[in-house]
Design a protein around this ligand. Structure first.
Ligand code: BEZ
Length: 211
């Protein structure tokens, strides 16, 4: 069965560069970005894993743990990390899963044989502290991911979890947000004391409530 938004992220035990982990235990009360990459010692992947490492403070500020996966073995991951650190000017300090038997990649539908036989595609799962899948992205091997976008989505998810708002196209943290259609005009002043603008009856905006 394909995974869907809102499903519980499947649990697993895995060998990683930081020891054996049980995924759900490792998640604890954190949000997580779980991402797969096609292979070790490849150029785009090297930049991606380095970028995630360099974004550590941004992830930490949002209570987000990061974890990567490929089907390469642990020894290869450890050797490759040296290259990532050297070339991307970082010290990678999050786990990389060695999914040699592809069991986790299969569970998360990260193998797309029509795209790249036997290699995981660039999947991203954002998982919330209830271990529910909140976002899934799939990129082809040839396109490195935009981790600013991943951070932006986390900001939106964390905001919309706590307030009855949604975030419009190209929204960035600090910008006005959209009031949920479920909120009546009568309820707006109490819920959104910073005021609101009614552009259409179904399109009402308000300053970001948690800023
Ligand atoms: C890369 O990470 O550079 C890459 C991996 C697989 C196919 C193409 C590029």
């Amino acid at each position: 069965m394909a995974l869907r938004l809102g499903d519980e992220a499947p649990d697993f035990t895995a060998q990683t560069t930081m020891g054996e982990i049980n995924f759900h235990e490792w998640l604890g009360d954190s949000w997580a970005v779980f991402f797969s990459h096609p292979a070790d010692f490849t150029p785009v992947c090297t930049t991606e894993l380095g970028t995630v490492s360099k974004y550590r403070d941004q992830f930490k500020a949002r209570n987000v743990k990061t974890i990567a996966l490929s089907v390469d073995p642990l020894g290869s991951h450890h050797e490759w990390i040296k290259d990532i650190n050297e070339t991307q000017n970082t010290t990678l300090d999050y786990p990389i899963i060695a999914d040699e038997d592809k069991s986790i990649a299969t569970m998360y539908d990260m193998l797309h044989p029509n795209s790249t036989v036997n290699l995981t595609v660039r999947s991203v799962f954002i998982i919330d502290p209830d271990k529910k899948i909140k976002l899934m992205l799939i990129y082809p091997a040839s396109t490195g991911r935009n981790f600013d976008e991943i951070i932006r989505v986390i900001d939106s998810l964390q905001l919309t979890t706590n307030y009855s708002v949604a975030t419009p196209a190209n929204w960035k943290d600090g910008e006005d947000v959209v009031i949920s259609p479920s909120i009546t005009n009568e309820d707006i002043p109490a819920k959104f004391p910073k005021g609101h603008t009614e552009i259409k009856s179904y399109l009402r905006t308000t300053p970001q409530p948690n800023k």
